[in-house]
Design a protein around this ligand. Structure first.
Ligand code: R5P
Length: 280
């Protein structure tokens, strides 16, 4: 009889424990260590031969360490003859590097897809990819879950009045339109320009936000620049209140401080990456 194993990488043990207790499947023990020069070592401490394995490893900070550990663990599982290796990767990093914008750039989202597939993964499960087409970089089954219905349910329960959904850029429009449709409220769009890596500016607001509760829905908060710039511009355009819904709370650098001094009244986040004490 084949068995189902749930294995946690070291990137998000809280999430792995929650999944384990919800499913009533204990986590299969592993040994995850570092050599003194920084190399990653992973050993699966139980037999997995002929079994289905679900490996939970998200790719938040430190991204490259977590990615390498993911690849090493897949290799350990493959060499231990696991039947199917399913990767549960709620935040799939490098998905913002999904195309060449200027010459001599890499397409790192595709490189990551190659690495994960080549290492031996049989399936990838993720949440709110930065762009849907990344699924096409994988030639293995790929399950893409979306976070916006969770936010929509929360906002419905709160029964807010005069609400509009704001897409922080044109890339976010599809997700935001669906969310606005679920809540039966209007959609507005911000015209955002990228001026460098992790730097952006909002040029104008397309739509009416005067005296409205504006809910900005984004996939990622990294430096917080996009969201706080958007909030400032929306306030200037007459928004009454601003709520943020974001799936991946990377909150790098001075993001928390930036959010604290912004005109944002509430931030709703999913737990696709761990929230450190600093972030709480
Ligand atoms: C960009 O297109 C993404 O959807 C996010 O808006 C962006 O990655 C957020 O990054 P930051 O918080 O650094 O502005």
């Amino acid at each position: 009889m084949s068995k189902t194993h749930l294995i946690s990488g070291s990137s998000h043990p809280d999430l792995a424990n929650k999944i384990s207790s919800n499913l009533g499947i204990p986590l299969t023990p592993t040994q995850i260590e570092k050599f003194s020069d920084g190399e990653t070592y992973v050993r699966i401490k139980e037999k997995v031969r002929g079994d289905d394995v679900f490996l939970i490893q998200t790719l938040g900070n430190p991204v490259n360490e977590n990615l390498m550990e993911l690849l090493v663990t897949i290799d350990a599982l493959k060499r231990a003859s696991a039947r199917r290796i399913n990767i549960i990767c709620p935040y799939l990093a490098y998905s913002r590097q999904d195309r060449k914008v200027i010459s001599r750039e890499p397409v790192t989202a595709k490189l990551v897809a190659n690495l994960i597939s080549k290492a031996g993964a049989d399936r990838v499960v993720t949440v709110d990819l930065h762009s849907d087409q990344i699924q096409g970089f994988y030639d293995i089954p790929f399950d893409h879950f979306v976070g916006y219905p969770q936010f929509a349910n929360y906002l419905k329960d709160e029964d807010y009045e005069d609400m509009v959904i704001a897409a922080p850029d044109t890339g976010a429009m599809k997700r935001c339109r669906k969310m606005a449709g679920l809540l039966l409220v209007p959609l507005v769009v911000l015209d955002k320009r990228r001026v460098g890596h992790n730097q952006s500016e909002v040029v104008r607001v397309i739509g009416d936000v005067e005296n409205k509760l504006v809910v900005i829905v984004d996939d990622i908060i990294d430096t917080g620049g996009t969201i706080t710039n958007a909030a400032k511009v929306l306030k200037q355009a007459g928004a009454k209140d601003i709520i943020i819904c974001a799936t991946h709370a990377l909150l790098s650098g001075s993001a928390v401080g930036r959010l604290e001094i912004s005109p944002i009244s509430k931030i709703l986040l999913l737990d696709t990456v761990p929230l450190s004490e600093k972030k709480n």
